[in-house]
Design a binder for this molecule. Sequence first.
Ligand code: ADP
Ligand code: NI
Length: 217
Amino acid sequence: MSKVLVISNTKKFVQDSLKEAEGGHDWFHILRVYTNAKHLLKSEIANPFIVEIASLLHDIADSKFHGGDEEIGPQKARAFLETQPVEQGDLDHVIKIIENVSYKGGHSHSHFHSKELEIVQDADRLDALGAIGIARTFNFGGFKNNPIYDPNIPADPHQTKEAYKKSNSPTINHFYEKLLLLKDKMNTNSAKVIAEKRHNYMITYLDQFYKEWNGEL
Ligand code: ADP
Ligand code: NI
């Protein structure tokens, strides 16, 4: 069976698994990350098969939606890939990427690095920025029933991983706790350029948000 078939089987598996997913972490998020990753591959030297499979499987079972369990995503991905004709080295590499792609408030203790991880991570982070990033963030905030904004609750960009994960602070705070920090965390040069544009769009958005909040007509 060819790599093309493995990719198409993975697409079907992911689309089916994410049927009930929250709107910001659904199949369309995966599709955008996959498209971003393929774009970044054009200017990077990396194994495209690993990047494509890992970007498709990277949110197969996000710990946020599984009681904080960080093992379940990699486990589900491994169980699926073991049904596919994928070489052991490739399978292990994809799992390492899934284990390490997440932001988690900027706290990662892993020493695993690869160009393929860098690409998938950038592709995922790009989808946290710009107009889509704003939409996903308010969708998640609504899903958690968090307030949109509360001027009395300051953002905390340096919070611990645990505090970041269980935060119920206003959604606007998430811009300062994560989204606006991402442009300086991009790995690849092509992602840096796209991130800068999307970052500036969010700054403009926040500026308008505060104007309207403060009663400017
Ligand atoms: P990663 O998938 O890189 O680990 P997260 O899962 O923390 O990153 O965030 C993915 C997206 O989910 C964010 O970009 C944001 O849109 C949304 N999100 C996560 N946490 C929050 C939050 N506390 N408030 C609002 N949106 C959030
Ligand atoms: Ni993602």
